[in-house]
Each structure stands twice: as C-alpha cells, then as structure tokens.
Design a protein around this ligand. Sequence first.
Ligand code: SF4
Length: 316
Amino acid sequence: MNAVRNERNELLAPSGSVASGMRHIIPISGKDSLAAAIIQTARQPELEYEYIYNDTRMELPDTYAWIDKVERVMGIKIIRAGKSLAKIIEEQKILPSPRARYCTKYAKIFPMRDYIGKDEATIYIGIRADEERPGAQETKNLRVKYPLKEMGVNLPLVYRLVEGKGLMPPAFFWQRIYDGVVAELGSDAWIIDELPKWIFDRTFAWRSRPNCYMCFYQRRYEWCGLLEHHPDLFTEAESIEAKNGYSENTKKHAFLWIGKDMPLSYIRENFDRIVQKRIDAVSKLLRKRLQTELFTDALFDELEAAQTSCGLYCGK
Ligand code: SF4
C-alpha cells in the first residue's frame, strides 16, 4: 500500500483506500497495540490493514529500532504518521505539560485524523481486558474496536503473544537499579529470580513505557535513566527547556519538564539521591512481598498503578 503526501509534505491516506470501502487501521506503539494487531489480523485475516506509528520524531532510538524490527518480522509496512513535536513546541512557545497538554493532540491525534480524512474507517486500539481506561471517541466516519478486550486478553497473555514472536518492545533494563536492589536485599535477593518476566521488566526498567524521550509525565528516576542511557537526548531536552520554558505571555517560567521552576539541572545535581530512592522503593516492595503470599498480579498492580498514563496513542 503506497502512502501519499500533500503539497505540505503531510501524509495522506493511501491511494485507492476509499474505493475499497471501510479502512482498517491499527496504530502500533508498544506491546499492547502490537498484541492487538496480532489478534485482530488472526481473527479477520481477510481484511486489508493499515499499520500506523504516530511518530513525534522525539521517540527513543530503542523504540525506532523496535518499530523497524516489527516491520521486518511481521512482514508489514508501518506508516509513520505524526508530526514533529519539536517544531510544534517552537510554534506554541511553551513546553507541553499536564496543564498545557497539546502534544498528543497536535503531534499524534490530528495527524492521524488527517491521515484517515473523511473515509469510513475502523480503528483497532490495544486496551487490555484487565485495564480500566477510556478508549478513543467514535465519530461519524470512525468506528473503534478493542480486540484485546473483546478476546479477554490480559497482561500475561500480551506477554505470551508478543514474546512468542520475539517482538517485545525494549525492556530498558537498568543494571544500576538491579545491582542496587540485589545489594540491598542481600540474602533475600533470591526472590528476584522468582519474579514473572512482566514484573521483572517493570521493576528494573529505567523507563516505564516507550514514549517521547522528554515526556513530562516521566518520573524523576526515569529522567535519571535517560541521562545515563542517552545523555545526548537529555542534553537536547535541556536545550529545548532553556529555549521554550519561559512563557512570553506571563513573563515567568511556565511549567518546565519536571515542574514549575525546577529545571532539568535538578536531575543532574540529585542523580545519586533519586536513583537511591528508586532502589529503596523497589527493595521495599520486594521485601513486602517476601512477607506475604507468593507473587501474584497484585504486585504488578502496585507498580502499574504508580505509573502516570500519557494517553491512548503514547506508547502502549
Ligand atoms: S509521550 Fe508524553 S510528550 Fe509525547 S505526546 Fe505523549 S504525553 Fe506528550
């Protein structure tokens, strides 16, 4: 299927898609959405699917490599929709933040809407059966389906499906946290070997999900992880902050990446303390489990609940 662009170099619907009637669109951005693609294509293989990656051009290199691998292994073409978030930030003259949450809308949702145009389309979203979160809104021409919910697919099943194809998204394993927890647990460190993979990955990752490297929803330990694993991107985030973290309207600092009046230099200066806090939190959680029952999904729930969701189209 050939994607075409308009005179502004924006991606438009593949030619011929209207003639074939309803379009079938599967956004892929992480393990859940990939599992939705696997399930949906298996249950209705006769349909012609368009796979979309909403690329803000500010994703992690690890994620871009994973998207390339998904294309290779699945033998599909993933269309890079989305718009440059760096350009959008320059236009907005303010950093995106929980109070000015324009990023998903301008960099992902609107470009996706433009891509679909006025065509009748069904979009398949990867919300799991074990998740309670709102889905996408249906419109006059857009229907929304949830293959994982419809088929009762929960997190362990998502792992089985995606791992079975060797296509787990980057785990962002953080050796520093692992070593710190092992040292802190001492003779109780055996419990780490008992962790189901989906809990282990979440516990020792420097990143809770594959999203924009400078996402303002990431927690402070994740910023430390970015600094350690991609110092160039951390520096880039600092320079975007220096340029756009000052509001022309209020003549004051607006929200910076990690909060009001708190520049990223805070992460550099407090790196060891923040990392130690994460090591302590993980160790405490594992010790708590040692004293109660065997591992269940409840441990995962505690970790999952601690995450801030950045939306349907952001790395799920
Ligand atoms: S990942 Fe974060 S910064 Fe990127 S579009 Fe989503 S909410 Fe915005």
